[in-house]
Design a protein around this ligand. Structure first.
Ligand SMILES: Cc1cc2nc3c(=O)[nH]c(=O)nc-3n(C[C@H](O)[C@H](O)[C@H](O)COP(=O)(O)OP(=O)(O)OC[C@H]3O[C@@H](n4cnc5c(N)ncnc54)[C@H](O)[C@@H]3O)c2cc1C
Length: 464
């Protein structure tokens, strides 16, 4: 480190966004503290503060690249620890009951349970000498200068018996407390405006169960099977082989529909997917737990970049700024991209200017937000304005998915864009458009009819 930007930075929240922000801050501050309400070090199972951790989490290709950039040898380490990897384009992807033509993309899919992936990132962060974890510590509020113009620390309450509220002073505070972030409320209390919020109500559910397969050869070497939910086939699933010879299956329902959590209902719902592959794999597998559900009401974007006043020495990132419909797998990768924005701001050698920082992360958020919001608006029941761009984009994507069932080069192009490696314009190059229109006419498909399965209430609401 050259001249430090400050003595101490505090990161609120030690999940993916907080860990990666801390890594960026460690190059610029003498000391970085990560404060979280949960026990973190050594934890490899789902924890209270990240309840979504029980459900399938795919790390997009760009996210894997950034982890490798922050922590050289990251992927070799996960592989050595028994986490399977594969080529993103060679997974079994199904859209509308048809498999995309497998294609080698060179993009790596690291297939770990979410808490295990986080534990690997955390171990790398813990190895950075000037980063300290403050675990089992509730964040209560901000401390500011008398005129509320600048944040100078955080009020916290450790969970250890007999603890009393204390103040941790900081030269910079970064809020990475996730979707339930209190920053909008804190801003109001301090006399600032709350950010505008966009919400796309998808009313999504994930229902998840883990398995051990009696014989993995049933997968034909494939790492994962993903019949993706679409407007014509709204029931979806993500099935992945993960570490320790285990597999995880998340069933996804949209617009209020949810797979049941009783074992028979869960299996029946799996049978109703547009392709039989997932059912065939799990029907004789050994279940390792009971199904659990999670409800995700709406994608939520807080437009901090539109504010004109914001306390100095205070930033917000990760799900606290934007929480994406999880089926697109974007949240962790956007958090990783934002850590690079933070690094670039810190490289200027001064405390990041919050409003400029928010403008820069909003550029990172724009593309994935537009991709997921447009996809959701493809469901006619989802509320929202459908611009001509959205309508044409969705019509084109349906053709592209159809054409990619015959043309692996299109699978490759699509995976690079969906993986946030290439910009969406790559889907519209003349060569790609030619391939799409040449290959998108398909013979009708005999799709298995989904048997009627009653929608059930989910039983594990997100603690936001
Ligand atoms: C069902 C589901 C599936 C998902 N699948 C994917 C996927 O496939 N790929 C992907 O990239 N993303 C996925 N996501 C999104 C992903 O989980 C998040 O984007 C990612 O965890 C980054 O979030 P974060 O670090 O900003 O916040 P979070 O992960 O929500 O973490 C917030 C942290 O702050 C702590 N905290 C909060 N409040 C306090 C407090 N008052 N005091 C102390 N500590 C506090 C919590 O303990 C927690 O550690 C999925 C999300 C859901 C809901």
């Amino acid at each position: 480190m050259g001249n430090p930007v400050g003595d101490r930075a505090i990161v609120l929240g030690g999940s993916m966004a907080g860990l990666l922000a801390a890594r960026a801050l460690a190059d610029a501050y003498t000391e970085v503290l990560i404060v979280d309400r949960d026990e973190l070090i050594g934890v490899t199972t789902a924890r209270r503060g990240v309840p979504q951790g029980r459900h399938v989490h795919g790390l997009l290709a760009r996210g894997q690249q950034i982890l490798e950039e922050w922590f050289p040898g990251f992927t070799a380490g996960t592989t050595a620890a028994g986490i399977p990897t594969g080529d993103l384009g060679e997974l079994r992807w199904y859209f509308n009951g048809r498999r995309l033509q497998p294609a080698s993309t060179g993009l790596i899919c690291v297939s770990a349970a979410r808490p295990v992936l986080e534990s690997h990132v955390r171990a790398h962060v813990d190895a950075v000498p000037n980063i300290t974890f403050v675990e089992q510590c509730d964040i209560v509020g901000l401390v500011t200068t008398e005129d509320n113009g600048r944040v100078t620390g955080v009020r916290v309450h450790r969970q250890a018996e007999g603890s009393v509220e204390e103040t941790l002073n900081a030269d910079l505070v970064v809020d990475a407390t996730g979707r339930g972030s209190r920053t909008p409320v804190w801003l109001e209390e301090l006399g600032y405006a709350r950010p505008d919020e966009d919400r796309i109500k998808i009313n999504l559910s994930y229902t998840t169960r883990h398995y051990r397969l009696p014989d993995e050869s049933i997968l034909n070497g494939d790492l994962s099977i993903n019949p993706v939910s679409t407007p014509t086939h709204p029931r979806g699933a993500f099935f992945s082989r993960i570490e320790d010879g285990r597999c995880v299956l998340s069933l996804t329902g949209v617009l209020g529909e949810s797979a049941p959590t009783d074992p028979e209902g869960f299996l029946d719902w799996t049978r109703s997917l547009p392709v039989p592959d997932v059912y065939d794999v799990i029907k004789d597998a050994e279940p390792l737990d009971d199904p659990v559900s999670f409800r995700y009401p709406a994608s939520q974007r807080r437009h901090y970049e539109r504010l004109t006043r914001f306390p100095e020495h205070f930033l917000v990132l990760g799900d606290a700024a934007c929480s994406f419909n999880p089926v697109y797998g974007q949240g962790m990768t956007v958090a990783a991209l934002e850590s690079l924005v933070l690094r670039d701001h810190l490289r200027q050698g001064i405390v990041p200017d919050a409003l400029r920082f928010f403008k820069d992360i909003s550029k990172v958020i724009d593309v994935p937000w537009e991709m997921s919001a447009s996809g959701d608006l493809g469901f006619p029941e989802v509320e929202g304005t459908r611009s001509m761009k959205v309508k044409m984009g969705n019509a084109y994507m349906a053709k592209l998915h159809a054409a990619a069932t015959k043309d692996g080069r299109l699978t490759r192009t699509f995976m690079r864009v969906a993986g946030l490696v290439d910009p969406p314009q790559a889907l519209m190059s003349p060569r790609t458009m030619f391939r799409v229109f040449r290959n998108s006419k398909l013979e009708p498909l005999d799709t298995p009819q989904a048997p009627e399965t009653p929608a059930t209430d989910v039983d594990t609401p997100k603690a936001a």
